[in-house]
Design a protein around this ligand. Structure first.
Ligand code: F6P
Length: 362
């Protein structure tokens, strides 16, 4: 077996499941007798001179805690030089050069970049950073907005976190005959709200991909056979003529219509929680696929799960498959995004369950 030195890095927002992927990669690499280093703090750590790294092996990695949320490698500081701040300062080219030099100095054969659609899009756009090594990406995000993969690391755990949260809310909701308007994360993608909403049998699910009508939502809640329940609202929805948190806007309108309710914001608990089994299986599948890709000297690829099959696709394919939009934080950069499709089965299931999911598919 050819000896290799590989690096692992987590970038973007964290989620549960990152440590499982890292552990499975480290374990698989050790069985191949490869050396592994972890880049700390994502691109922050790579930008540092010298890059901040730690050696990773089964002795240093706490196997027993690999199901815990967060990333043992950390994802980066907010107030530091990164793609966003470098772009703002007009120093992106120099920033990218530094990352490239750091990777060269580390003498890596391969880098496993565990990131969301922002990081994957940047890897596609600034591919020269990774020249001379094998770049293998693993998609992670609670938003599930990465094109061409059926699942991303962290999504199932985020859904479970929301479900547990709503299960608790429903108990107090019943005692007080009131509704809870729960605002989920997900940026401008409705997958998280849709999945959690179906799982808890919410009475309404409002997502950015489908227009909703407040009067019809109110009518639907008033017609419910219960006087308590969950109204799941994705953070990315916009309500014409209103600004502020969507859950608060909807809550005020429900109150004005005489529907007793409260808002609830599970916030970052969605990115935490012990990694659920399906996320651990996904982590094992993606880590195994990534290690094989490195053995085969593949580069500029990402691992995906498609109809039960684990494989790699090129970053070009990933980028071309999504809806391309301007990166809100990086001038000149584009991201490739996936959304809830109008023919998504879960939308039909939700409708059949009597859940209000909005009016017209956009
Ligand atoms: O992309 C993951 C995510 O958790 C989104 O769902 C959310 O809108 C955002 O990150 C929050 O980002 P931050 O950590 O910068 O507050």
């Amino acid at each position: 077996m050819v000896h290799k030195k590989i690096g692992i890095m987590t970038t973007g927002g964290d989620c549960s499941g990152l440590n499982t992927v890292i552990q499975r990669l480290v374990d698989g690499a050790e069985r191949r007798k490869w050396d592994v280093i972890g880049v700390q703090d994502g691109t922050d750590g790579l930008y540092a001179n010298p890059a901040r790294t730690i050696e990773l092996n089964n002795n240093v990695f706490q196997f027993a805690s690999s199901h815990l949320a967060g990333s043992i490698l950390s994802n980066g500081h907010a107030a530091t030089t990164n793609f966003e701040s470098a772009a703002r300062a007009g120093k992106l080219a120099a920033f990218n050069k530094r990352l490239q030099k750091s990777l060269k100095d580390l003498n890596l054969d391969a880098l496993v970049l565990i990131g969301g659609n922002g990081s994957l899009s940047l890897a596609h756009l600034y591919r020269e950073i990774y020249s001379g090594l094998s770049l293998v990406c693993i998609p992670k995000t609670i938003d599930m907005d990465v094109p061409l993969t059926d699942k991303t690391i962290g999504f199932d755990t985020a859904v479970q976190q929301l479900v547990s949260y709503c299960d608790q809310l429903l108990l107090t909701a019943r005692s007080h005959h009131r509704w809870f308007v729960v605002q989920t994360m997900g940026r401008d993608c409705g997958q998280l709200a849709l999945h959690a909403g179906v799982a808890v049998a919410a009475d309404a699910i409002v997502i950015p991909e489908i227009k909703f009508d407040i009067d019809n939502l109110i009518k639907h809640i008033k017609q419910s056979k219960r006087d308590y329940g969950i109204i799941m609202v994705a953070e990315g929805i916009s309500v014409r003529g209103h600004s502020g948190k969507p859950a608060e806007i909807i809550s005020r309108q429900l109150s004005a219509a005489g529907i007793a309710n409260r808002t609830a914001f599970p916030e970052y608990t969605q990115r935490a929680g012990d990694t659920v089994a399906t996320d651990r299986i996904l982590a094992a599948g993606f880590a195994d696929t990534a290690l094989h890709a490195i053995e085969n000297n593949e580069t500029y690829v990402m691992t995906v799960l498609q109809n039960g099959e684990y494989k790699t696709i090129s970053l070009d394919e990933f980028f071309a498959a999504g809806k391309q939009q301007k990166d809100p934080n990086i001038i000149g950069a584009m991201t490739s995004n996936a959304y809830v499709e109008p023919d998504d089965d879960l939308l039909h299931i939700a409708t059949d369950m009597g859940i209000y999911i909005g009016e017209k598919r956009k």
